[in-house]
Design a protein around this ligand. Sequence first.
Ligand code: V47
Ligand code: SF4
Length: 389
Amino acid sequence: MPAILSEQLLFSSSIDKELVAIAEKVKHHQRITDEEGLLLFEKGELPFLGTLANFVREEMHGDKTYFNRNFHIEPTNVCVFTCNFCSYSRVYAHRDEGWELTMQQMLDIVKKYDDQPVTEVHVVGGVHPKMNLEFFAELLRKIKVHRPDLHIKGFTAVELDYMFRKARMNVEEGMKYLQQAGLDSLPGGGAEIFHPEIREQICADKVNAEGWLKIHETAHNLGMHSNATMLYGHIEKYRHRIDHMRRLRNLQDKTKGFNTFIPLKFRNQGNDMSYVPESTVVEDMKMYAIARIYLDNFPHLKAYWPMLGRQSAQLSLSFGVNDLDGTIDDTTKIYSMAGSEEQTPSMSTTELVSLIRQVKRKPVERGTLYNVIKDYSNMQPQSMDAGLN
Ligand code: V47
Ligand code: SF4
């Protein structure tokens, strides 16, 4: 699809003058302000937002839609923190209800993929008081010895902050230590909502916004890339979402180290916020579209399909999203435990490719850093290597 802005839709007389001014800015690649971002949330209708976001997406990536072949290791769900939205963690006192993998069990997960062309392992879990920096450094080294080409994306800023403080290292020392042990990049988790008005209500006891941003800035300064998330659709207001994205946009101006922004839809099953209704699909698509328009310096926008479900993930490709994450093995439980559509989140490459093709986009398998592994755009479905699922 060519990147065009439908003049009729954007500049029709029924559209608010201020929205028309924003459309003009987007058309001319000018950055929108916080006030304008807020206005999009408050007054922007879905077709208008979708047209603008799709314009930005197609200018940046055309129809290309990325995915990667990855698997997860979740070392534990025992956690010293008590985030109210979390359905996954168990406090240390109730650790018999959770899981704690040994080093060998985690290496066995890696070995399970020995003959499969996966390119990334995503290591993420609860913050266990007894799994320390040295334990994880050892895990990284052992994974690299076994499979040196596997990209290790590991540990949220929440896990890192705890590990570094316990090891009495500052952020730079801790990050260098893990980088030398084999850590390649950081996932985007733990960001939730940065603004203290909300953060203090949903996850008061873990690293704050400044700490989260400092960890990512340090990683970027050491040449590592990272992602950023935002947990939306619970008790936050639109202004908190804009505040969150502004802090990310500012850091990205400084370091250019973020690859991808991943809005994470709050799911309400089995947690202390079950009384909060979940966002509608319209609200989800608005979120993606405004993120694509506002975060002009983020190269990629990802819809995390295990959380969103396959159909909404397909729809999101018309609202600014250009990445559907990965083929993710069902070792990830953080979403299925919170009530996501996907109870066993795993898709073969063939399924993911056809999901993207069904909505007329071009599937491209990428590495973690968006290096192209295989471009499926001009490949006939029958000529895809069926053995590489
Ligand atoms: O920080 C926890 C979220 C995150 C719920 O970087 C919930 O590629 C919704 O960040 N409803 C961790 N979300 C996972 C994460 C992630 C996922 C995929 C890819 C990447 C990446 C990062 O999961 C947490 C939190 O925001 N989460 N509970 C819930 N009830
Ligand atoms: Fe622990 Fe992460 Fe769950 Fe918070 S979201 S309780 S830090 S596992």
